[in-house]
Write a protein that binds this ligand. Structure first.
Ligand SMILES: [Zn+2]
Length: 129
């Protein structure tokens, strides 16, 4: 058994942007998502296990749906915290939400891509590679 966020779990690969097959290779050339010029730069294969990172042309179009789902989930969570628990007004909540989503968008972009690839590629322990 693997722990929820340890190596071998989907969450580990998604959050750390590691190859979904081996959890060792990097999914992005530049580890910092806030270097916007290199935000989407990915190697074609995993440097450790040779897993293909773009299984078909335009594979990452699907990541937009993942991004949308995360955005909705974050928005609902922030709205509930701000409006329901903290009693913040609607426009203040919307402004805070906009700032958070904007500031977080490069991270969300990468998390969405690694989530999308993790849906199709599963962890293979070393013995099975
Ligand atoms: Zn790999």
């Amino acid at each position: 058994m693997t722990s929820l966020i340890g190596k071998g779990s989907k969450l580990y690969s998604i959050i750390k942007a590691k190859c979904p097959a081996c959890h060792e290779g990097e999914m992005f050339n530049d580890p910092n998502p806030y270097h916007l010029k290199t935000l989407a730069d990915m190697p074609s294969h995993c440097s450790v296990c040779d897993q293909v990172y773009e299984p078909e042309p335009n594979f990452y179009y699907g990541a937009m749906y993942v991004s949308y789902a995360y955005t909705v989930a974050i928005s609902v969570a922030i709205y509930v915290i701000a409006a329901v628990f903290l009693g913040v007004g609607m426009w203040e909540t919307i402004i805070v939400l906009g700032v958070i989503l904007f500031g977080f968008s490069p991270v969300l972009f990468r998390i969405s891509r690694s989530t999308w690839l993790n849906i199709f590629v599963h962890f293979k322990p070393k013995a099975q590679r």
